[in-house]
Design a protein around this ligand. Sequence first.
Ligand code: ZN
Length: 411
Amino acid sequence: MEKNNKNKIILIIADGIGDRPIKELEYKTPLEAANTPNLDRMAKEGINGTMHTVDRGIRPGSDIAHLLIFGYPYRKYYSGRGVFEVLGIGMELHHGDIAFRGNLATVEGGKIVDRRAGRMESSLIIPKKMTVEIEDVKFCLKPGSLHRVAVIMRGNGLTSNIQDIDPHELSAEPRRKISLDSSPESEKTERIVNEFIDYMSDFISKHPENVKRKKEGKPYSNFLLLRGAGKHMDVPPLSEKYHLKACCISGGGLYKGIAKYVGMDIIEVEGATGKLDTDLNAKIKEAIHQTKNYDLVFVHMKFADSLSEVGDFKGKKEFIERIDKSLAPILEMDNVIVFFSGDHSTPCKLQAHSGDPLPAVIWGPKEMIQTDKVERFGERPCQEGGMGHFNALNIMHKLLNISGKQKLLGA
Ligand code: ZN
């Protein structure tokens, strides 16, 4: 193997970092308007480009975007978000399991009056480990944060090709006709999910906490809404696919779930919350520490996306400045290759994910990177970069190549 394969990779994804020019920022993007000396140094010393996680103009969800960043084509490896949510809160999935995201909800007169039951804590109602058996199918439940509940459905002859029980709107009835085809698997899954929902609704509404809340006029729950059904499949882990030992540092459960799905170890960092108060410095410090144990450290930073979704471009700019500050210790290292970009753009004025390209940079030891003429990190400067435009499925190959870990194709 080449001499330089000692280099470790730090892959940093700032969720929703890409944006469009904003009038109030003198037609700069929040990233361009932010004071980012460390990212600018990475741009100057590294190689830059623009990236679509799926392809030009496609608006990706965060789950599919991350699968592609890790090198997993979504058509083959994506079946539904439930899988990642369930893995992300630490439940184990077996091949063929159906995983759901669940919500405690309030239904009156057959119609949904609160999809989240006042965001009441599901741990008040659902035991830490709960199982329900219907015919030859076993359900495993675990309370998540606030009103959320993770659900696994385990048995033979089941499918994830079903609609959500959750109609995603108020004053609507929970969906009961959920099969999307006429296969025996759909028929069985629909019948058993419905029996499970009836059982759970009875269990939830009779729970003393809910009886008490209803009497006191407080938000209460009497229904379990399910959505995001996904079928778990065994995927080749990163260790097999790229011969990399990899770990994940993230506050958000979804990202831990995706990382676990592709075989990363999850490293918990105190203060990593995925929210505005998250401790970015602690995450980067831990990432640097973990380069001793892992070939690849994935760091996810969530909150620029959350601020974009409420249109807070000033907050986004400030959060990007915090991201930039946290990166300083990495630039002291001489044995890491760093990739920095986002999973999709989330323009503040759209308050939603967009299919706009993302700025991206690879930085590392001087003798290993073909640099370019870009001097600042941002949506527009990166358009001039040496990597040109690429899709996320190229990232892992680029990083393996630069770090000396890429296999030779041919002889
Ligand atoms: Zn995202």
